[in-house]
Design a binder for this molecule. Structure first.
Ligand SMILES: Nc1ncnc2c1ncn2[C@@H]1O[C@H](COP(=O)(O)OP(=O)(O)OP(=O)(O)O)[C@@H](O)[C@H]1O
Length: 298
């Protein structure tokens, strides 16, 4: 497995200098899984509740709608939302040979796995410490049988912790997408996340501003509930591409309660249109990633 910049994160839990035979085999399984996946998108934010999971599921679904084969991996052990947003429940099953884990199928182009579907008792997760999370995420990446994918979209917990470092270290070619809301409270945490990505030598595909204005369904005037434009300003400040803005839209909430991505609903809505545009932008940026991926300027 290729190693990335930070030396403070152990690759297999335990921090030994010499990898064990088990770790070496796991590294080989991780490489073999990842080499079949063209682009890995890591959706993150320094702040909770800004819409990471909604963006993850809808960007993935929009890419699937564009004809790409897409997998979603939810590494949020403490508060996994992906199964709920896709209406998928129940334990994951083994493949035909019983060894690897089969992702759950949403449709022919969209599959998902969530760490909580591996746990018999999801309440266990609150007791997890760093090294346990690291080894669980590594095992999760090595043991899921995705087959060939165009995109793997990874949802993360809020903040910049063990889960983030493990993903970045295990998937060094992950392209990070930073989600923020326009208000300063969120931007302050997102700036820390961008600094963290710089420290980890991560590649950043760009910034998305979620909850960016609200079009009143009655008078059709725009109300900037959480302000507007802060995400774009942050992207400009750090020399990162701005991937687009998604307005506050009650349809997003209705869709999530139905377990359907808003981009799969028949009727048009401001969030659906914005997310389809952003997914198109992301697919182009990922395909040009050698040129388009930016190094953060501070
Ligand atoms: N553009 C939007 N318009 C309206 N509601 C939204 C929008 N984006 C997200 N939401 C709602 O905001 C809430 C939080 O969204 P979500 O769970 O995706 O955030 P998160 O950043 O993943 O949260 P966490 O930090 O807990 O993982 C959900 O109720 C979701 O339906």
């Amino acid at each position: 497995m290729t190693q990335s910049g930070c030396s403070s994160c152990s690759s297999g839990g335990g921090g030994e200098n010499k990898p064990s035979a088990k770790q070496i085999i796991q590294d080989q399984m991780i490489s073999s899984t990842l080499e079949k996946i063209k682009y890995k998108l890591f959706i993150m934010s320094g702040k909770g509740g800004v819409g990471k999971s909604s963006v993850t599921v809808n960007v993935a679904a929009a890419l699937a709608k564009l004809g790409f084969k897409v997998g979603i991996m939810d590494v949020d052990i403490h508060g996994p939302s992906v199964p709920r947003l896709l209406g998928l429940s129940g334990q994951l099953e083994g493949d035909e040979r019983g060894g690897l884990i089969k992702p759950k199928k949403y449709d022919d182009n969209l599959y998902a796995v969530s760490m909580d579907s591996l746990l018999k008792d999801t309440d266990q997760a609150v007791l997890w410490r760093g090294p346990m999370k690291t080894s669980a995420i590594r095992q999760f990446i090595s043991d899921v049988c995705w087959g060939e994918l165009d995109f793997l979209v990874i949802d993360s917990p809020p903040g910049t912790g063990d889960e983030h470092m493990t993903v970045l270290k295990t998937i060094p070619d992950a392209l990070c997408v930073v989600v923020t809301t326009p208000q300063e409270l969120s931007l302050a945490d997102v700036r820390k996340a961008v600094n963290f990505l710089q420290y980890a030598h991560a590649s950043v595909l760009g910034v998305i501003e979620n909850m960016s204005g609200l079009v009143c369904p009655h008078c059709h005037k725009e109300i900037n509930l959480f302000k507007k434009g802060g995400g774009k300003e942050l992207a400009e400040k750090y020399g990162l591409p701005f991937l687009g803005e998604i307005p506050l839209d009650p349809t997003t909430v209705v869709a999530s309660d139905l377990g359907t991505p808003v981009v799969y609903l028949e009727e048009d809505s401001p969030a659906k249109n914005a997310l389809l545009k952003i997914a198109d932008e992301i697919s182009k940026a990922a395909q040009n990633s050698l040129e388009a991926v930016s190094t953060i300027h501070l």
